[in-house]
Design a binder for this molecule. Structure first.
Ligand code: ZN
Length: 264
């Protein structure tokens, strides 16, 4: 079979194990069905996810101009504490920012390599955790806007990492941690404005299982910029990574906006 299309992050379904779909314009591939099979990935070109032009991708699937100008690439995306829509202050497009920022957000603890703290929109639960390759996650607070979530994350960053070690995540080197206890222990570090949203009695821990036949001992990342043609046997999918038998891992999300051909 041969497919050609522009990469976007894989769509997922929260099942045991997680189901992964790569969606192209006119068709999709159910990746779980390809476990154990040989897959070839060939780089064809670029297509910006915002303007659709065949320009080199700068970041997050956007060409340089779109990354610098698009409302969906403002600084508040990566740094939620910079959100200002709740004050009626525009960054790039106030209507868009109100729509995204002024909705329920979750601050969470997720266990992907070590325990990390993060922020996501309520509607992105548990998708966000699956995308990070977390094996467990737990909400800390649900707050009404992105700003409150952002200042909570900033306060908790002193106690937890806000990054995932992707090598450990892919090798499944994960410590034993009691997230319910961790959540209870951090109650004093929450900002004043957020205390009222903390209801720690809930047993709402998520367990996430991934379709992985066996975890690699060593990993090396496939970079389509340097290696235009790759082929290997698919042995697992975790987070947004395809894992191959030889230890090569391909982060689909890092190559959003890249047009590829796939053969299997
Ligand atoms: Zn563009």
């Amino acid at each position: 079979m041969q497919y050609q299309g522009v990469l976007t992050k894989m769509q997922t379904e929260y099942q045991n194990p997680v189901q992964y779909y790569l969606v192209f314009e006119n068709n999709f591939i159910h990746f779980n069905q390809l476990l154990g099979q040989n897959i070839a990935i060939n780089f064809v070109g670029y297509q910006c996810l915002e303007c659709g032009k065949k320009k080199k991708i700068f970041r997050q699937g956007f060409c340089y101009d779109c990354f610098m100008n698009s409302a969906s690439a403002g600084d508040w995306i990566m740094k939620p504490e910079l959100s200002t829509a709740h004050l009626d202050i525009e960054d790039r497009d106030l209507d868009y920012e109100k729509k995204v920022q002024l909705q329920p957000h979750i601050v969470y603890l997720a266990l992907s390599s070590e325990v990390k703290v993060g922020v996501t929109r309520f509607t992105q639960v548990p998708t966000r955790w699956i995308d990070q390759g977390a094996v467990q996650a737990i909400p800390i607070v649900e707050v009404p806007n992105r700003y409150l979530a952002g200042i909570t994350e900033v306060a908790l960053k002193n106690h937890f990492s806000d990054k995932t070690n992707w090598q450990k995540m892919l090798k499944n080197e994960i410590p034993q941690v009691d997230l319910i206890k961790e959540r209870f222990d951090i109650r004093y570090f929450l900002p004043e404005e957020v205390q009222e949203f903390f209801h720690p009695e809930k047993e709402d821990i998520y367990e996430i299982h991934y379709p992985v036949l066996h975890y690699p001992k060593k990993v090396m990342s496939l970079n389509l910029e340097k290696t235009h043609d790759f082929s290997g046997k698919l042995t697992g999918i975790k987070g947004q990574y395809l894992i191959f038998e030889d230890g090569t891992v391909f982060n689909v999300r890092s190559f959003e906006g890249y047009e590829v051909q796939l053969h299997f």
